[in-house]
Ligand binder design. Structure first.
Ligand code: PMV
Length: 330
């Protein structure tokens, strides 16, 4: 290894069209089903890693501030995976920043762990294949596996560490979809996805969701391939509703929807069915609604959301590329 132990990388957040919910192996984060998502070009994390023999421990700053112990423990656990994989025995100083404000309720674990993985490997002057980076990022946060490859990415569920990784299905410019995110709550969720994956199997609906996921995945892939919004919308909404049905019937139940989430979901359907606007909804483990639409309808969707309630904050994003090394940051 040379003397240069610093590396910086950027990764985008992603929104899943077929969701990941529940694991067959919690430790390795091997998911119960394959999933597919679109990287979000306008929401990203930039992370700088510096390995040094002089450090006695790992340290972490997020958006310029020393992180809490819980976040550091999770990052340190991930750095250990990188150390083990690369055969290095140094601690690291990690600095990370998001271009979207923390606490907007937009999940940042996908972009964070993808950027951390790539930066840590780059800092060590090592090269791993995209597939291996994706599998490694998965161990930090499942959805991070999909933020390594570019564009629309499929995460193959896999039954071993090596076979559970994501790869590009089609490039980001294959279909110009826009995610108009209706942020209705900035509150930190009480139960995050990590705990949620652990209780997914307590729902009697989970096996039904998992057994039929492959079929929906194929439908989504066909509709993306053919840029067929009508078929796409039906299956994306169904998959989101199924995941939330599992959440609501788990023990303990998880209720992420709020009254305004439901109002937006029903409005989106009516805009599509009655006004021909090519938009559909999907929600992750939170109340904010991702309104996925074709580029030519994005302005209409934004103004319709603004008219619904003045408490809705809006962020938009196009489909984005995968993780990459950045120079001259920080
Ligand atoms: O990667 P995690 O553990 O934050 O899980 C993500 C779970 C969902 O966002 C709800 C679904 C998904 O596939 O992104």
């Amino acid at each position: 290894m040379s003397n240069n132990f610093i590396g910086t990388a950027r990764a985008h957040s992603n929104i899943a069209f077929i969701k990941y919910w529940g694991n067959i192996d919690h430790k390795l984060r091997l998911p119960s089903n394959s999933s597919i998502s679109m990287n979000l070009s306008d929401l990203y994390t930039t992370t700088r890693v510096e390995w040094s023999h002089a450090y006695q421990t790992d340290s972490l700053k997020i958006n310029g501030e020393k992180s809490d112990d819980k976040a550091l423990a999770r990052v340190s656990e991930h750095l250990q995976r990188v150390r083990d994989r690369l055969g290095i025995n140094m601690f690291a100083n990690v600095e990370s920043k998001n271009n979207f404000p923390m606490g907007t309720g937009i999940a940042s674990s996908a972009s964070s762990f993808a950027a951390l993985t790539l930066a840590a490997v780059e800092a060590a002057n090592k090269t791993l294949s995209e597939r291996e980076l994706s599998a490694l990022a998965r161990c930090g946060s499942g959805s991070a596996s999909r933020s390594i490859p570019s564009g629309y990415a499929q995460w193959h569920f896999g039954t071993t560490h090596e076979t559970s990784y994501a790869e590009t299905f089609v490039e980001h410019d294959y279909w110009d979809l826009v995610d108009v995110i209706a942020i209705i709550s900035r509150e930190h969720k009480k139960t995050g996805s990590y705990a949620g994956h652990g209780t997914a199997d307590t729902s009697i609906l989970q096996s039904v969701r998992v057994d039929s996921a492959e079929k929906r995945l194929e439908l989504v892939k066909d509709s993306i391939k053919q840029r067929d919004f009508v078929s796409f919308a039906d299956v994306v909404e169904e998959d989101s509703n199924l995941m939330h049905s599992v959440m609501m019937t788990s023990r303990p139940p998880l209720f992420y929807w709020q009254p305004l989430s439901i109002e937006i979901m029903t409005s989106v359907r009516s805009w599509r069915e009655n006004e021909g606007i090519q938009v559909c909804y999907t929600l992750d483990a939170g109340p904010n609604v991702h309104c996925i639409c074709v580029r030519s309808d994005a302005e209409k969707v934004i103004s319709k959301l603004e008219a619904l309630s003045d408490t809705i904050e809006i962020r938009t994003s196009s489909a984005g590329r995968g993780s990459y090394i950045v120079e001259n940051e920080y």
